[in-house]
Design a protein around this ligand. Structure first.
Ligand SMILES: Cc1cc2nc3c(=O)[nH]c(=O)nc-3n(C[C@H](O)[C@H](O)[C@H](O)COP(=O)(O)OP(=O)(O)OC[C@H]3O[C@@H](n4cnc5c(N)ncnc54)[C@H](O)[C@@H]3O)c2cc1C
Length: 451
């Protein structure tokens, strides 16, 4: 009779939890996972995937207009939000099924219920207690709602994926990537959009040229910016209209307020502290380099540890844990040069250090930057411009960061992430032959550093 019911019990079947559970089961462990809401977690249900589908939908608006310059005459245009949401929901349901089959196919037991930790080896789920040699906390994150009078009238990104109708006027509160992406999506789909954010430029955590370029490009596309202000209060009027009072005493009327002011680890009421697990003030589970908590039998990964809120990072952390507990423990996680994209309109993407971070860490840096209109738009009336930037260590010539705002930026920067991980120098980038005619070739032809 085994000492424990399971070798691994994972709480949360999101990106990290599913990956760790499957890998552990494939290494021969007896694994169970609890999921209280939706298989696949945030990314599949209310994050990356539905967000990108909505972003594709929003891009058609501009593409139809751009087509005129190429001789296409397109008749009456009509966008139907319920069709988009129904098609999106069908695809998400298909993905939920795939996740279920991936888990059961690997021999993982699924408990579709909330689980809590009772002690270092015991979990309560579906009214029963089960035991496990190891417990993995992979409970993800949840939107924060700032303490502002009337914020109960706002929605978060979670609800935006299920709105019954497209809002005519939407105000988006926040300057991070989720705020910027939703502002672009709603604008592209036809809403009047105002982005309210307290700092300039937007996207503070990225290279400043990304925020500044996007600010300008999004304004060209019609997004209104209310910068350096915060929301003082929100009032709901008869008929449902929201009246937002800002910190500069101005007011703003809208039909929907999206609160995108950040996310925090989803760990409240999980029984962590009671089991002896140390947790930060914002709920982040404190872990060491191997994702072990202050209780050796309990590990934590993904948004629950509040390091990098990205699906590929949660996946990688999950694989490190499964490998360490049930295999050769050869995998490690390096947080340097993790690339990421912002699916705003236009897209943006980044890898490595921003110019400010590079100056702080390396002192003297060389900056190569280019701004141009893409070939495609020489025949359209679209004024969109592309920004590309390389940050280079002046002493060693090593490329420290690559940043871009422009179509398919994520597709281009993914390749640069490989180059940066290989320690590419600017001389090696210069020696690389471009693909002509592409936007990407500009990255290998920037010769003169900016003054
Ligand atoms: C709008 C939005 C857009 C995003 N876009 C991107 C993007 O483009 N690219 C990218 O890389 N990342 C993106 N992310 C971030 C990405 O979704 C997360 O970083 C990733 O999902 C984290 O994975 P995780 O496994 O830590 O948690 P999650 O995927 O959040 O999974 C946690 C799971 O645990 C479950 N759970 C919680 N508590 C319990 C409990 N007590 N019992 C049982 N189950 C429980 C939850 O229901 C959830 O399913 C986006 C996020 C949002 C919100």
């Amino acid at each position: 009779m085994p000492e424990f019911d399971y070798d691994l019990y994972t709480i949360g079947a999101g990106s990290g939890g599913v990956r760790a559970s499957r890998f552990a089961a494939n290494f021969g462990a007896r694994v169970a996972v609890a999921e209280e809401r939706y298989l696949g977690g945030t990314c599949v249900n209310v994050g990356c995937i539905p967000k990108k589908l909505l972003s594709y939908a929003a891009h058609y608006h501009e593409e139809i207009e751009d087509a005129a310059g190429y001789g296409w005459q397109i008749g009456e245009r009509k966008f139907d939000w319920p069709t988009l949401i129904a098609n999106k929901d069908r695809e998400i349901a298909r993905l939920n099924g795939i996740y279920e089959r991936l888990l059961t196919g690997s021999g993982v037991t699924i408990h579709k219920a909330r689980a809590t930790i009772v002690d270092p080896h015991t979990i309560e789920v579906e009214g029963k207690r089960v035991t496990a040699r190891h417990i993995l906390v992979a409970t993800g994150g949840w939107p924060m709602v700032p303490d502002i009078p009337g914020m109960e009238h706002s929605v978060t990104s979670n609800e935006c994926f299920y709105l019954k109708e497209l809002p005519r006027r939407i105000a988006v509160l926040g300057g991070g990537y989720i705020a910027v992406e939703f502002a672009s999506i709603f604008k592209g789909l036809g809403s009047a959009v105002t982005l309210i954010h307290r700092s300039m430029p937007i996207l503070r955590e990225f290279d400043a040229d990304i925020g500044m370029t996007l600010n300008a490009e999004m304004q060209k596309k019609g997004v209104q910016f209310r910068s350096r202000v915060t929301v003082r209060n929100v009032e709901k009027r008869d008929g449902g209209e929201l009246c937002i009072t800002l910190s500069d005493d101005s007011t703003l009327a809208c039909d929907l307020l999206l609160n995108a002011t950040g996310r925090k680890p989803h760990t409240r009421g999980l029984g962590l502290e009671e089991a002896g697990v140390k947790v930060a003030e914002n709920g982040a589970v404190l872990v060491d380099a191997n994702y072990e908590t202050s209780v050796p039998s309990i590990h934590a990964i993904g948004d629950a540890i509040d390091r990098m809120h990205l699906t590929p990072v949660a996946l990688a952390e999950g694989m490190v844990v499964a490998d360490r507990l049930f295999n050769t423990a050869r995998r490690t996680m390096d947080y340097a040069n993790v690339p990421t994209a912002i699916f705003s309109h236009p897209n943006a993407a980044t890898v490595g250090l921003s110019e400010a971070q590079a100056r702080e860490q390396f002192g003297e840096v060389k900056i190569f930057r280019s701004g141009f209109k893409a070939l495609k738009h020489t025949l359209t009336r679209n004024e969109e411009r592309v920004m590309m930037k390389l940050v280079v260590d002046a002493k060693t010539d090593r490329v420290l960061g690559a940043h871009m705002v422009g179509p398919e930026a994520g597709e281009i920067i993914q390749g640069f992430a490989v180059a940066l991980n290989c320690g590419a120098t600017k001389a090696q980038i210069d020696a690389t032959i471009g693909i002509h005619p592409t936007m990407a070739e500009e990255f290998v032809t920037m010769r003169e550093p900016v003054a």
